[in-house]
Write a protein of this length. Structure first.
Length: 435
């Protein structure tokens, strides 16, 4: 199938062709006709499947047909996303694919000044892409009127719930018109997601592209057993020996990300850290430099890396295994996207053997094990409990509304029901913030 067969406007097709795409990905081929038909959609799709264009293209199409948008002051579409990075990327897709149309869009996210966003909203926009917390701030300040919303998209709904946004989401949903088209995208479908979907979606069409918790196809996975204290040296060796030039490295903690980036830099490898303690400017710059290969290694925490959209990212390294097995799937989904191949390498020390078992259980397969001569683990080293993240409120763990909503992270160990249910607005900021 080609994009030209989907019934999209010539301007949209031109923008898609400008991106170099002529064949829709499976999620696009399935979702676009459903959305164009005006139906509600429940889509199981991870980042990397092309899901963004799966809802952006038909949304643009529906709006391009309607009444002239320039006269309208109320937004017509609302996309809710878990992180500022994802909100920015989705809005960039709206801009890219809508460049030949006259629709206005704006991203709304926390951690930056509210003023410019207020001005953008007051000037009138058709499509708002927002993280829930900051959107509520704008709602409370009456900067936005949601009574004209025709299309609602919940992007990465599972992540939004993991991050404790359920109450914020419910408050926002209560302000939307009853009659609207709703699209829900999620990598996994927990009970909580299904409950949310049941209340929101009207006779939805379900589409599923990757098996739930399946590893992104085209990703080669392996792991190296190594001692905890020798991981940094091993990584330096692997990067040097294999001449890796664009590597996304995951660490469990912000501090770990900074320390590793520093160590790599000292070894002559250009590296930067990306995490929630960095300012928006620093994060944007770090991502830009990485995309343009000015830095070769980006060391990131799970939340910060969520939604990073880089075509054909060749290497992902799990410097630490994630505490939550599902995060392994999300992490390695950064590589081998939309059909290209990639490599995911994990460094596993004795403390992490249980996490590894959980991951292999989830994947329903074993990951290839390796040892690099000179880096074999010392059998006399005993396992230590994995460092628990700090639970105190640090300087950035402010609970003031409007700050850093996009960076809220989930609590560390496997999320429990209790930390899914944030008792009050802002309360989800009080959990441990280790990302
Ligand atoms: P997403 O899952 O929306 O984050 O998209 C993953 C990546 O696939 C992005 O870098 C897109 O630019 C790219 N992409 C989206 N649609 C296509 C397509 N039809 N063909 C090839 N790549 C695509």
């Amino acid at each position: 199938m080609k994009f030209t067969e989907l019934g999209l406007d010539a301007g949209i097709l031109r923008a898609v062709a400008d991106q170099g795409y002529d064949t829709p990905t499976p999620i696009q081929a399935q979702a676009i006709p459903v959305v164009l038909a005006g139906r509600d959609l429940m889509a199981a799709a991870q980042t990397g499947t092309g899901k963004t264009a799966g809802f952006v293209l038909p949304m643009l199409q529906l709006f391009s047909q309607g009444s002239a948008s320039s006269k309208r002051s109320k937004p017509r579409a609302l996309v809710l996303a878990p992180t500022r990075e994802l909100a920015i990327q989705v809005q960039e897709s709206v801009r890219t694919y809508g460049k030949h149309l006259s629709l206005r869009s704006t991203p709304i996210f926390g951690g930056v000044g509210i003023g410019p966003q207020t001005s953008a909203l007051r000037a009138g926009v058709d499509i708002v892409v927002a993280t829930p917390g900051r959107l509520l701030d704008h709602i409370n300040q009456r900067n936005i009127d949601l009574s004209g919303i025709e299309i609602l998209v919940l992007d990465e709904a599972d992540r939004m719930l993991d991050m404790g946004f359920i109450r914020d989401i419910r408050k926002i949903l209560a302000l939307l018109p009853k009659k609207k088209q709703s699209l829900l995208f999620s990598a996994t479908f927990s009970e909580e997601i299904r409950t949310l979907a049941t209340g929101l979606l009207d006779n939805p069409v379900s589409v599923e592209v990757a098996r739930r918790n399946a590893t992104a196809e085209g990703v080669t996975q392996c792991l190296y057993y190594v001692d905890r204290e020798r991981k940094r040296d091993l990584l330096v060796r692997l990067i040097g020996d294999n001449n890796w030039h664009q590597v996304l490295v995951f660490t469990r903690t912000k501090h770990g990300a900074d320390a590793l980036a520093e160590r790599l830099t000292k070894s002559g490898i250009s590296a930067a850290a990306l995490h929630g303690n960095k300012s928006q400017g620093q994060r944007t710059r770090a991502l830009d430099d990485f995309k343009r290969l000015k830095t070769n290694v980006l060391v990131a925490t799970d939340i910060a890396a969520r939604g990073i959209d880089i075509d054909e990212l060749p290497h992902v390294v799990n410097f630490d295994l994630p505490n939550v097995a599902e995060d392994y799937v999300h992490r390695i989904g950064r590589t081998g996207r939309a059909g290209s191949s990639g490599e995911a390498t994990s460094l596993v020390c004795i403390d992490e053997h249980k996490l590894l078992r959980d991951i292999e259980k989830l994947l329903k397969r074993e990951i290839e094990k390796r040892m690099l001569p000179g880096f074999e683990p010392d059998p006399s080293i005993k396992a230590e409990p994995i460092m628990k993240p700090r639970t105190s409120r640090g300087a950035r763990q402010t609970t003031s509304p409007g700050k850093a909503h996009g960076t809220t992270s989930r609590s560390a160990p496997p999320a429990t029901k209790a930390n899914h249910r944030a008792p009050s607005r802002g309360a989800h900021h009080t959990g441990s913030r280790h990302q």
